[in-house]
Design a protein around this ligand. Structure first.
Ligand code: UGA
Length: 451
């Protein structure tokens, strides 16, 4: 198939474009960001994602993947035009749909002769698809027919190709049987688990479930999924605080919870609160949708409130470790990315904690195995250390803010020897409290009893 991805230099867009090219389709990725597009043409990109380098370069070399800044070229190329542009939050929390609407207007003008399908992967509130249909029908041109499909994306940063080639489910929403058939065909090899391993597939006996819905339900599924995940994190963070106050250990509690199949163990790691570009933004957008319907979504609000409170909890813990005062204390922070296996700093809770510490006068030194180049560009005031041991020298408290596994492998006796006070606040429960206490550290985790 000929396929175009608009917003093709962004996270979702690039993974989608590269992924479908790896399945043998002819893909044009379009983006307004000329610098990124030029880099991508030569196989270069700035995101950290396993398999991206290999799949990008292989598919460029095979001539199945092209990059352009011309929206017209992209629209003319694709039987299917995937929209993966951003829907950033406006100041009031609403999703800004201007980029999605702009693409739909362009498709209405530039559509190929015959039949074309617009697949919306961008996360857009319920009702947006109707708006797109209206735009397309108002400008309908003789001999051209365009249908819209809502196909929300569930991929996680750091596991994007795993999620693309082996998704847990595929949700396709449309009122057009013809469009549904086309998109079903597009996903057929993924559904049958027929993706070759060298292209990212994982053989499995069962087919990937495909959920075909109406437009509104597909969009709501995406928001509900992210809201539910966020709610689980807020829930376990609340339980973690209760564990600390009452002498229980949240790690044992999670094991006890996880074996109940109605609950499951995934997504119950307490920490600094949920960060990243999606969960919080989508919660705000869903709350706006609710308000638009004169409905007060109390669970969604509480989820956000609890998340904001978690930063306060962690900062309080660091302050107590620092002796009740942060002014002129030196805090070493391990981890800046919003989670491990990404260099993405968007809405990073590590940065939120750092800002709160700085507000109280603390000096900060940071180390991250992957995110330092982005940090140097985006936060020039931060003192970044390439070496984790340098970051901890003379520190009053060491904070683990991102769950990079390599932090477990460090020589903590050496770290302790360099620190002014051997104190660790492990905001991800990544390290071994028993071992660190044996070495002479004061250690505080999240939801773990203190010594
Ligand atoms: C999230 C969803 O997991 C994806 O399914 C969805 O497609 C994506 O948003 C999106 O809407 O595009 P992502 O933002 O990549 O994916 O990150 P997650 O892995 O969900 O983590 C989000 C945040 O929650 C991170 O800060 C992470 O550290 C935190 N988290 C996650 C916890 O604190 N505890 C957990 O148990 C899990």
């Amino acid at each position: 198939m000929n396929l175009s991805v608009v917003g093709g230099a962004g996270y979702v867009g690039l993974v989608t474009g590269v992924g479908f090219a790896a399945l043998g389709h002819s893909v044009v990725c379009q983006d307004v960001d000329e610098v990124r597009i030029n880099a991508l043409r030569t196989g270069h990109h700035s995101i950290y994602e396993p398999d991206m380098d290999r799949l990008l370069r292989e598919n460029l070399a095979r001539g199945r993947l092209h990059f352009t800044t011309s929206l017209r070229e992209a629209i003319r190329h694709g039987e299917i035009v995937v929209i993966a542009v951003g829907t950033p939050a406006r100041a009031n929390g609403e999703a800004d749909l201007s980029q999605v609407v702009h693409v739909a207007e362009e498709v209405a003008c530039e559509a190929r002769d015959g039949y074309q399908v617009i697949v919306v992967k961008s996360t857009v509130p319920v009702g947006t698809m109707e708006l797109l249909r209206t735009i397309l029908s108002q400008r309908k041109v003789e001999g051209k027919q365009v249908d819209v499909v809502a196909n929300p994306e569930f991929l996680r940063e750091g596991k994007a190709f795993r999620d693309f080639f082996s998704p847990d489910r595929i949700v396709i929403g449309s009122s057009s049987p013809r469009a549904l058939t086309l998109v079903r065909d597009l996903y057929a090899p993924i559904v049958r688990r027929a993706v070759p391993p060298d292209a990212g597939g994982r053989p499995d006996a069962s087919q990937v479930p495909v959920i075909e819905t109406d437009l509104a339900s597909a969009q709501m599924t995406k928001y509900a999924a992210n809201a539910f995940l966020a709610m689980r994190i807020s829930f376990i963070n609340e339980i973690a605080v209760l564990c600390e106050r009452s002498g229980a250990d949240v790690r044992q509690v999670v094991r006890g919870l996880g074996y109940d199949p109605r609950i499951g163990a995934a997504y119950l790691s307490p920490g600094l609160g949920f960060g990243g570009p999606c969960l919080e933004k989508d919660l705000h957008a869903l709350i706006k949708v609710a308000e638009g319907h004169q409905f007060d979504p109390t669970v969604l609000r509480a989820t956000l409130e609890r998340n904001a409170q978690q930063t306060v909890e962690v900062v309080g813990k660091i302050k107590r470790m620092a002796g009740g005062i942060l002014n002129h204390r030196l805090i070493a922070v391990y981890g800046l990315a919003f989670k491990a296996f990404t260099n993405d700093l968007r809405n990073s809770m590590a940065l939120r904690v750092i800002h709160a510490l700085q507000t109280e006068g603390a000096n900060i030194r940071v180390h991250d195995p992957m995110a330092l180049p982005s940090a140097r560009a985006q936060c020039p005031d931060l003192m970044c250390c390439d070496d984790p041991y340098d970051a901890a020298v003379a520190a009053d408290v060491l904070v683990v803010a991102t769950e990079w596994p390599e932090f477990r492998e460090l020589d903590y006796a050496r770290i302790k020897a360099g620190m002014r006070n051997p104190c660790i606040v492990d905001g991800r429960n990544l390290l071994d409290p028993t071992e660190l206490r044996r070495l002479g550290f004061r250690y505080a985790g999240v939801g773990i009893p203190t010594e």
